[in-house]
Design a protein around this ligand. Sequence first.
Ligand SMILES: NC(=O)C1=CN([C@@H]2O[C@H](COP(=O)(O)OP(=O)(O)OC[C@H]3O[C@@H](n4cnc5c(N)ncnc54)[C@H](O)[C@@H]3O)[C@@H](O)[C@H]2O)C=CC1
Ligand SMILES: O=C(O)/C=C\C(=O)CC(=O)O
Length: 353
Amino acid sequence: MTPFTFQASLPRVVFGPGTLQQLPAEVERLGAAKALVLSTPEQQDQAQRVAELLGARSAGVFARAVMHVPIETAREAREEARRLGADCAVAIGGGSTTGLGKAIALDSGLPIIAVPTTYAGSEMTPIYGITEGGLKKTGRDARVLPRTVIYDPRLTLSLPVDLSVTSGLNAIAHAAEGLYAHDGNPILSLMAEEGIRALAQALPALHRDPCDLQARSDALYGAWLCGVVLGNGAMGLHHKLCHTLGGSFNLPHAEVHTVVLPHAMAYNAPKAPQAMAAIARALRVDDAPLGLQQLAAELGAPTALKAIGMPADGLDRVADLAVSAPYPNPRPLERTALRALLQRAWDGSAPAP
Ligand SMILES: NC(=O)C1=CN([C@@H]2O[C@H](COP(=O)(O)OP(=O)(O)OC[C@H]3O[C@@H](n4cnc5c(N)ncnc54)[C@H](O)[C@@H]3O)[C@@H](O)[C@H]2O)C=CC1
Ligand SMILES: O=C(O)/C=C\C(=O)CC(=O)O
């Protein structure tokens, strides 16, 4: 085994069906008196119920989280937290709501309790994203890592099946890139393989029966592990391509990950054979990129960028951007090969190196 360094900074986790009921005690445990509850407009009723559960410990509800955290929304939420005298925030929702909590914490240091209701994994990472003037900036900052995460699988029963599948594949992407990250290590690799395994088993089961609480629990457990990997390892080609595609063309986040991942994996496969072997083991397939694309197709997820709103004439720009700011990746970034990757992803063709 090659020498390595392992240091992880992780939130406290409360996991299991019904654990949302422990939220008031978790707020108290932080030493906080007033929590601002954050959600998207679609989950406002759920946020309201959380505020009722908090009773006197609720400062109010801010239900305006949207995808990619526009700076204007972040400023409004920070101001609302200040105006209401909140000394902590509870983010109930997916990556968009967690992201809003992070934007507040980045500026104010307010502690965040995350209550994830998708499989995006943001609650386990110190990574934030804020969009200003149409450009999304991402960064890492220890202040934005939630202090506590409550994983209550019951809250995911209402997540539509299509979003459950693509969100689960978004989580698998975190683990896949962690397995070949330049700063990876055997402990993160253990978590990554186990996270992929749990999700690969859970997604078909919850696709058959969205109310299968065991499958929902397994998926959330997998998302937790994959989120830890993302938070503690570098992102490579796949995440960078997805951020360009999502940020510049306003494509739906989890769907972009779903379509691109098999192609990014195939691109890197010749330089990351051990990672591919681990992913194939976890998926129980012979060929990791192809097996992943087949899993997505079997679960009714999109497999072509053209099907999720990507204009064909934008592919050249994405290829240009992909090579404009180099970053560590197992296989060097070659424009011609990346342009071909993007074409295959747009067409929905089989992944190829
Ligand atoms: N910083 C990080 O580490 C990460 C950040 N992200 C960010 O998260 C965002 C995407 O987050 P996602 O979770 O994919 O989607 P999302 O948070 O935007 O949610 C999508 C939709 O599903 C709804 N929803 C969520 N949970 C639900 C439930 N249980 N029942 C019914 N409806 C529900 C939401 O209200 C929203 O309308 C992107 O902006 C992405 O950049 C994603 C992964 C990691
Ligand atoms: O692409 C992902 O799933 C991971 C990270 C982000 O989305 C970064 C962000 O919060 O914008």
